[in-house]
Write a protein that binds this ligand. Structure first.
Ligand code: 2P0
Length: 339
C-alpha cells in the first residue's frame, strides 16, 4: 500500500523585499513583504511525496540527486506536520510511523536568486499536509522551511504579514488580489547568471541584521509605509506608483546589503546596466512603464504591462544582442494546485 501526492508550486518575485529575521528558528521576518506569483507553467517546483510501510528511512531527492533530509529546514516542516497529524488524529498511528520519500524538481536554475526555495517549500508543505491530512495555515508551514515560501502558496499578489506573536502564529501570507485581478501585469526574468550565488539569503540576512546600520531605518520607517502604498497601488492597478515603489525598494534592499559588513554584493555590472537602461527608457516614455527588481542575485525581474512586453524585449535585445534565450516570461498565476 502507498499514498503519493504531487503538487506544483510557482515562484514568487517580491516587490517589497523580505530581508532580516526577528526569529531565525521560526523564520519570522523583521518586516512585511509583498510579491507577485508567477505562472507555474513558466517557473515552478514540482514535488511528489510518498509514504510506505517498507520504506526504511525518510529520504529526499532534489533535481534527481539524493540529498540529506536532515537539514534543519526540512526537518522543521516534516516534524511540524507529523506533530499536527498526531494532534489532529488525521491519520492512524501506523501511518505516522511509516517513512516518507520526497522528490522535488525545479524547471529553472536552483539557488541563482530565482526564489527556488520559495517554490520548493511551498510545494513540499502543501504535498505533506495533504498526505498527512492536516488542517492548518499552509503558508505558516511553508515559512518554517523558507521565509519567502509562505508567499508562494497563493496566486496573484500576496502580502506576508510579519506579525507580532512570539510563536509566529500571525506571521502568515494573505492574498492582496487574485491572479485574475490584473491580467495585463507581466514579468520578464532576465537571467544574467544561473550559477549559485555567493552569499545565501539566509546567511546574508544574518550578516545584515548583525552589522548594517541601515536595516533598522528600513524596517521601522521605509517599509511599513511602502507596503501600505504598494497594496493600494495594486488594488487601484496604478502601474506608475507600483513601478516606482518596486524600484525604490529593490534599490534600498541592495543598499542595505552593501551596508552589511562584510558587504553582501548581489548585483553585477550587467545588473547595473539593466537598471540604467530601464531608467532611461522610463524617462523617455514620460512615466514608469517598466519596473526592475533584483533578489539576492544578479538576475533582473521586470514587471511591466502586456502592451510593453514586445518593446522591452526589443530594447533588451538591442543592448544585449546574445540574450535571446535568457528571457523567461511570467504571468500572474492561480492558486497552488495538486496534480
Ligand atoms: C524576498 N528574498 O522577499 C527576498 C528578497 C531574497 C531577496 O526572501 O532564510 O530564501 O529561507 O527565510 O526566503 C530569500 O530569502 O530565506 C528572500 P530564508 P529566503 O523574496
Amino acid at each position: 500500500m502507498s499514498d503519493i501526492i504531487t503538487v506544483v508550486a510557482p515562484v514568487n518575485i517580491a516587490v517589497i523585499k523580505y530581508w532580516g529575521k526577528r526569529d531565525a528558528k521560526l523564520n519570522i521576518p523583521l518586516n512585511d513583504s509583498v510579491s507577485g506569483t508567477l505562472d507555474a507553467k513558466v517557473m515552478c517546483a514540482k514535488t511528489s511525496v510518498c509514504v510506505r510501510p517498507d520504506f526504511e528511512e525518510d529520504r529526499l531527492w532534489l533535481n534527481g540527486e539524493n540529498v540529506s533530509i536532515y537539514k534543519e529546514n526540512f526537518q522543521k516542516c516534516l516534524n511540524k506536520i507529523r506533530i499536527l497529524a498526531k494532534e489532529q488524529k488525521s491519520r492512524d498511528e501506523k501511518f505516522l510511523t511509516w517513512k516518507v520519500h520526497i522528490c522535488s524538481e525545479n524547471n529553472f536554475p536552483t539557488a541563482a536568486g530565482l526564489a527556488s526555495s520559495a517554490a520548493g517549500f511551498a510545494c513540499l508543505v502543501t504535498a505533506l499536509s495533504k498526505l498527512y491530512g492536516v488542517q492548518t495555515d499552509v503558508s505558516a508551514l511553508a515559512r518554517l522551511g523558507s521565509g519567502s515560501a509562505c508567499r508562494s502558496v497563493y496566486g496573484g499578489f500576496v502580502r506576508w504579514h510579519a506579525g507580532s506573536n512570539p510563536d509566529g502564529s500571525d506571521s502568515i501570507a494573505k492574498q492582496v488580489v487574485d491572479s485574475s485581478y490584473w491580467p495585463e501585469m507581466k514579468v520578464l526574468i532576465l537571467v544574467v547568471a544561473d550559477n549559485k550565488k555567493s552569499t545565501s539569503s539566509t546567511k546574508g540576512m544574518i550578516i545584515t541584521a548583525k552589522t548594517s546600520e541601515l536595516i533598522d531605518h528600513r524596517c521601522r520607517v521605509t517599509v511599513p509605509s511602502r507596503v501600505e502604498k504598494m497594496c493600494e497601488a495594486i488594488k487601484r492597478k496604478d502601474f506608475p506608483t507600483f513601478a516606482e515603489l518596486t524600484m525604490k525598494d529593490s534599490n534600498e534592499f541592495h543598499a542595505v546589503c552593501l551596508s552589511s559588513y562584510p558587504p553582501c554584493v548581489y548585483l553585477t555590472d550587467v545588473s547595473n546596466k539593466i537598471i540604467e537602461i530601464i531608467h532611461r527608457y522610463n524617462e523617455m516614455r514620460g512615466s514608469p512603464k517598466v519596473a526592475y527588481t533584483f533578489d539576492a542575485g544578479p538576475n533582473a525581474c521586470l514587471y511591466l504591462l502586456e502592451e510593453e512586453v514586445p518593446k522591452v524585449i526589443s530594447l533588451i535585445k538591442y543592448f544585449f544582442p546574445s540574450s535571446s534565450e535568457t528571457f523567461i516570461k511570467g504571468l500572474p498565476c492561480p492558486d497552488l494546485k495538486e496534480e
